[in-house]
Ligand binder design. Structure first.
Ligand code: SF4
Ligand code: SF4
Length: 108
């Protein structure tokens, strides 16, 4: 499923030459529209690698968990830290759980 873009939060990565989600997508799927908001231009080609979601500095992207696992209201939202990544998982009933892992390469 392609990432869902929060259009209020997305600022088009104004500070960058090319938006971060465009830079990191291995399939070259993320793109800025004329309104400078990101979107996935070929949703069927997205394989949920979550690179764009992790890279977004505004927290404007989140993934929808496929319906086979949790229907569309369920979502996973990563928050990148210096040495950790925190995943917020919101299930079908709105229950929120958080998991924190050390990033690969962190040395503490
Ligand atoms: S990385 Fe985030 S803020 Fe930047 S263009 Fe993409 S969605 Fe918008
Ligand atoms: S989840 Fe991965 S493949 Fe899909 S749009 Fe984002 S970076 Fe590209």
């Amino acid at each position: 499923m392609p990432p869902k873009v929060d259009r209020e939060k997305c600022d088009g990565c104004k500070a960058e030459k090319e938006s971060l989600c465009e830079q990191v997508c291995p399939g070259d799927l993320m793109h800025l529209g004329e309104d400078q908001k990101a979107f996935c231009r070929m949703p069927r080609d997205c394989w949920d690698c979550m690179s764009c979601i992790k890279a977004c500095p505004k927290g404007a992207l989140e993934t929808r968990i496929p319906y086979q696992l949790g229907y569309h209201v369920a979502r996973l939202i990563p928050m990148m830290g210096t040495n950790t990544i925190t995943w917020t998982c919101i299930d079908l009933n709105g229950k929120v759980e958080r998991y924190q892992y050390r990033n690969r390469g962190s040395d503490d």
